[in-house]
Design a protein around this ligand. Sequence first.
Ligand code: AHM
Ligand code: MG
Length: 327
Amino acid sequence: MVNCEQTFMDFLLQHQEKHNRTYHFLILMNSVLNAARRIQHYYLTGALRGLLGRTGTTNVQGEPVLQLDKIANEITRHYLRASGRVIHAVSEEEKRIIPMNPEGRYFFYYDPMDGSSNVPHNLPIGFMFGTAKRNLDGPEDNHLRAGREYIAAGMFVIPTGTFTLALRDAGCWRFHIDETMSFVRPTRVVLPDSPGTWELSFNSANRDTWAPGVRQWVVDHEQRYAFRYLGALAADFHRVLTNGGMFLYPAILNHPDPKKNRPRGKLRLMYEGSVVAFMCREAGGRAIDETGTPILDVLPLDPHQRTALYAGSAALVDEIATVLRGS
Ligand code: AHM
Ligand code: MG
């Protein structure tokens, strides 16, 4: 039997034609796929090439930079620039906004290798991104976009060969890599209604540092659902998207070492929180921050702004929103 699957590019071409759109977005996404495939290659061969260690420098967050963080960032930056379609990019690995082509059409926000604690083990990490379009009706001021303005957001779980992409008002879709390194077989992702499969995902070691209401909610609910935690947002959220439930990374408020408190949360808004929130909305779910505000409404004031994150099935996120508003 000959195997001829519908590829991601076929899917996107049809989508653009059906909605009378230009091909600029295809060119942008082609550069993203080129980057993802190359990152996947370096990740798969990283252990044998001795690339799983640190560079010896620290990033904008003061965290150690891994050799693969640097390689993945350079790969992504190269292909985005070569596409000619990006006005500027924000990368977790670069303190400053990266200017590209002032005549471009998109803003691109990315974390090329998220879930760094998994890297030394070659276990799943994420390449996460969100993109927004320039103002086509008047002057463009290049402000940082809130998730509500993204036109697409997605994540590759590397090296598992899965790619999930949400398109504005067109749903959330999953693809799998095939023997030709093409992503194929578009499958719609909708958060399941039935609590029978729901999971909770959180770093349980942090529970004593959370707001008391959140801690109590978890105590009251955790027996009802499965608990899973891989320690990489893309991989953990991939499970929640498929099985339903909620991923939570609450604000750290009561750490025994006060220097380690993170009242705004740990994850980054532009290339982690808003990406997940956008995918969540297109899959029928919700995502909020520590104040109960929808993540998609939060306008970034800083490219590397942090956020708490509660994302997943609407019923659970709504319950925790009530708790947060009362705490
Ligand atoms: P990173 O950007 O340094 O990799 O941190 C982000 C990661 C997320 O992928 C993951 O959800 C979270 O940090 C895990 O944090 P923790 O190790 O505290 O559980
Ligand atoms: Mg990261």
